[in-house]
Design a protein around this ligand. Structure first.
Ligand code: SPD
Length: 318
């Protein structure tokens, strides 16, 4: 199966498979197996394929195309508008880092907001912090939550925790209505094409700043240094002009384009608080982790030279 520019191409009986391109047939449907291939204008000239064992769910919601399939080697896979969001094999590398980098940089987060993240993986990690009294999940698409409750319970079970409140709303609007409310805000967005585009713009970051308490910290999905350096540079400049401290960190995740994705971590008014954790996971929490540890917290902000040089016009050392 093949997607292009995030829209599934439909030619076969189930609407998933492209059959009007001989080259694609050769590349993706070889050995009579079916393959999901991820293409986007955001990573031109390259694509990643996963072998499909069974399509479990495929339907359009009011907002996007939602696909879940059982892959041969990455477990179940959630795809939104043709782009891989979660695979069971490597999701922890993303969820743990986008959560624990800001959470362990804060002295004791109690009120946490997650924007997007309807699969529940980010909320699962937030709840590992015993200081948390409430997590609001602001997800625009209720179908994502329902589908993940069915097919990805190891992520979505977190959403049944009594500390979790789900709001099916637009994240930017929710922020505007909740000034000075949250200790930590995590924007678990898809890529900046279509509905998620606004989540990468200045007004959204201004709203994040306003919705944080004075010592609040936010973390936002901030794309790949291998593929989106212009976007990252512009995003970091925007953040720098709004927040007291800003730093870029990254994680390794084989199912995302380039095998890597980054995060913009921003502190509202406390300076120099991001790159070294203020707190550390206890032994019980550590048992539940597969990626995050205090050493990798610090290492995640150490960028390879090519990226450091691109961003070093400004100081993003946190
Ligand atoms: N290029 C894909 C970026 C996806 C980021 N969101 C992942 C959602 C996991 N909770």
């Amino acid at each position: 199966m093949t997607t292009d520019d995030r829209h599934p191409q439909s030619s076969s009986s189930d609407g998933l498979y492209q059959d009007d391109d001989d080259e694609d047939k050769k590349l993706h449907n070889s050995n009579t197996s079916d393959w999901f291939t991820e293409r986007s204008v955001l990573w031109p000239g390259q694509a990643q394929s996963l072998q499909v064992e069974q399509v479990l769910f495929h339907q359009k919601s009011q907002f996007q195309d939602i696909l879940v399939f059982q892959s041969k080697t990455y477990g179940k896979v959630l795809v939104l508008d043709g782009v891989i969001q979660v695979t069971e094999r490597d999701e922890f590398a993303y969820q743990e880092m986008i959560v624990h980098l800001p959470m362990f940089s804060h002295h004791g987060p109690e009120q946490v907001l997650v924007i997007g993240g309807g699969d529940g993986g980010v909320v699962r990690e937030v709840l590992k912090h015993k200081s948390v009294r409430q997590v609001v999940l602001c997800e625009i698409d209720s179908m994502v939550v329902q589908v993940c409750k069915t097919y990805l319970p190891q992520l979505s079970a977190s959403l049944d925790d009594p500390r979790v409140k789900i709001e099916y709303l637009d994240g930017a609007e929710y922020l505007r209505n909740h000034p000075n409310t949250f200790d930590v805000i995590i924007t678990d967005s898809s890529d900046p094409v279509g509905p998620a585009d606004v989540l990468f713009q200045r007004p959204f970051y201004q709203s994040l700043h306003a919705a944080l308490k004075p010592d609040g910290i936010c973390a936002c999905q901030a794309e790949s240094m291998w593929l989106h350096m212009d976007l990252i540079r512009s995003l970091m400049e925007t953040c720098r002009s709004i927040f007291a401290s800003v730093a870029y960190a990254y994680t390794m995740i084989p199912s995302y384009p380039g095998g890597q994705i980054g995060f913009a971590i921003c502190s509202k008014s406390v300076r120099d608080c991001l790159t070294k954790p203020l707190r550390e996971p206890n032994a019980v929490t550590t048992q539940s982790l597969k990626y995050y540890c205090p050493e990798i917290h610090e290492a995640a902000f150490v960028l390879p030279l090519f990226a450091k040089r691109e961003l070093e016009k400004e100081d993003y050392s946190g």
